[in-house]
Design a protein around this ligand. Structure first.
Ligand SMILES: Cc1cc2nc3c(=O)[nH]c(=O)nc-3n(C[C@H](O)[C@H](O)[C@H](O)COP(=O)(O)OP(=O)(O)OC[C@H]3O[C@@H](n4cnc5c(N)ncnc54)[C@H](O)[C@@H]3O)c2cc1C
Length: 496
């Protein structure tokens, strides 16, 4: 197996990434050792209070308790975050480092060889490489997809469309009195939303999602721009919690990125002959659900499983077709949900939250049922919304019916887990919602449902988490592959 990577070397950059329960269980299914290494660098958010808050009044609209309860019910690892460089370093070492990953190797084109002899790949520097299978896992602007589907990798004809949202992001260190209780909070308000998440070691990662046209990047100060946007809108000044995060963030740490995705690739096959696609190359999605990486990890598992069952090269095209057909429904659903989540957040909630009077809700429902493409429901301010939801039809200026604030209940007690924190000498538990403020029990890595209580950074097995643990929702429910399958699972280019 060889992985062709266009960058010249591994560099530590990039913020934390959420690995939800499904992604973690799949990593565990691929390799227990990798899973344990991930756990050793992991911060749990799925054990704490997560949910949606009113961006102006700071009150909780809803809490996502299902994230914790489902993990416990299915005995899956709790959702959490890990720094991307840590994850990449672990993956890189586990696949064999330089022996497997060829840097400075930019894929340019492929040629399918006759008689099931495989694929010939030409790199940008003219080097030719041959293999049985080419797996295009080269991201949203995939050059492999471009050739496979005969369309440009980027631009209006590439099939990748601007989502309507641009995203500002950074991480910072701030001290809040809710740090140990809250995982992530989505602050919502008209036309934009702001997300903060604990990402371990005292850090808070944040995103500001704004509905702006693409290419809106040129400005002197991102920080001032966000300050103005969140303080001078018609809805008034947003919550102080948001401004405290901004205050603690240096201006030059804030990055802006326009968000693109694709609709599910139902008609165009992911695989042809000995070439297939996976990950963002074929199903890039909006980051709202934190599932893009998770779906790529699931792809890898299922692909390895299919390839591991092969007896001869002639079975490869069928196996690749089986792979993508089994992944298509699930990834399409997650892609779709990720896509409409932004629209729903921006269109369906108002501030203060208002329940539509019955006449309006039934009118909108009827409109949704009978809606013809010629009369799309406008979003707030008349802007067309991509969410096909009756909620996006609510009129501006409808009668107010503010809900009382939701009760702010604390989570049920959880088994303690601690991670040593050296920043101020106090022993803190930055990984779960329980704080060892008394300085006791530093350690790492409780990941399983409430039944377990072990705290160990290198635990090899746990009876409360069966290996077939990816049964949360999948149309593809991977079982554990052999070690040979595992080796192939991260393959970009593989020789059977
Ligand atoms: C703001 C934001 C937040 C996100 N948060 C989350 C999250 O919390 N959880 C989550 O699961 N997902 C998240 N995602 C999505 C996640 O980052 C992607 O889904 C994931 O990185 C896709 O992995 P991939 O391997 O398919 O593609 P990529 O990560 O894009 O990797 C592609 C690789 O291919 C290489 N490459 C590209 N072209 C070539 C070529 N021609 N030749 C050789 N090599 C090439 C690139 O250098 C790169 O190393 C987020 C995305 C965004 C934008």
């Amino acid at each position: 197996m060889q992985i062709l990577e266009k960058t010249s070397k591994f560099a530590r950059f990039g913020g934390p990434i959420q690995l939800a329960s499904n992604a973690l269980a799949t990593i565990k299914g691929i390799d227990e050792g990798v899973f344990e290494r991930v756990m050793s660098k992991f911060t749990f958010t799925g054990t704490r209070m997560n949910g949606i808050k009113d961006g102006i009044r700071t009150e909780w609209y809803t809490k996502f308790e299902a994230i914790t309860k489902l993990a416990e019910y299915f005995k899956l690892p709790y959702t959490g975050v890990i720094d991307r460089p840590d994850l990449q370093e672990i993956m890189l070492e586990e696949v064999g480092g330089d022996k497997t990953v060829r840097t400075d190797s930019t894929f340019q084109s492929f040629e399918q060889l006759p008689n099931n002899e495989g694929v010939r790949v030409t790199l940008a520097d003219g080097t030719v490489v041959e293999a049985d299978i080419l797996v295009g896992c080269d991201g949203i602007w995939s050059a492999v997809r471009s050739q496979l589907w005969n369309e440009p990798a980027k631009g209006p004809d590439s099939g990748c469309t601007y989502s309507g949202y641009t995203c500002f992001a950074a991480d910072t260190v701030q001290r809040t009195d809710y740090y140990f209780d809250v995982g992530y909070q989505v602050y919502i308000g008209p036309g934009k939303y702001f997300v903060t998440s604990d990402v371990g070691r005292g850090r808070t990662q944040w995103y500001a999602f704004l509905a702006l046209p693409p290419g809106s990047k040129s400005r002197a100060s991102n920080k001032e721009y966000l300050y103005d946007l969140f303080s001078k809108g018609k809805e008034g000044r947003w919550t102080d919690e948001l401004f405290k995060v901004l205050d603690a963030t240096p201006d030059d740490a804030i990055e802006q990125r326009d968000l693109y995705d694709r609709p599910p690739s139902v008609l165009k096959p992911w695989s042809k002959g000995h070439v297939t696609l996976m990950g963002d190359a074929v199903h890039p999605m909006m980051p709202n659900l934190g599932q893009g990486g998770g779906q790529a990890i699931e792809d890898a598992y299922v692909l390895a499983e299919r390839l591991g069952a092969l007896k001869s090269r002639s079975q490869i095209p069928g196996a690749l077709t089986g792979f993508y057909l089994s992944r298509l429904p699930r990834t399409a659903i997650v892609q779709g949900l990720s896509r409409i989540a932004s629209d729903l957040i921006v269109s369906a909630f108002d501030t203060p939250f208002q329940v539509p009077p019955l006449s309006w809700s039934s009118k909108c429902r009827a409109r949704g049922r009978d809606a013809s493409p010629a009369t799309p429901c406008p979003g707030p301010g008349g802007a067309p919304s991509r969410a096909a939801s009756w909620a996006s039809c609510l009129p501006a200026g409808r009668p107010a019916c503010a809900l009382p604030p939701a009760p702010c209940s604390r989570d049920a007690p959880l088994t303690p887990l601690a991670v040593a924190d050296s920043s101020d000498g106090a022993s803190r538990d930055y990984s779960t919602n329980r704080t060892s403020r008394d300085g006791s029990t530093p350690g790492t890595g409780r990941w399983e449902g409430r039944g377990g209580s072990t705290t160990s950074s290198r635990r090899r097995s746990n009876p409360s988490c069966p290996e077939s643990s990816t049964r949360n929702s999948g149309t593809s429910t991977p079982s554990r592959p052999s070690s040979a399958q595992r080796r192939r699972s991260t393959a970009s280019l593989t020789r059977l």
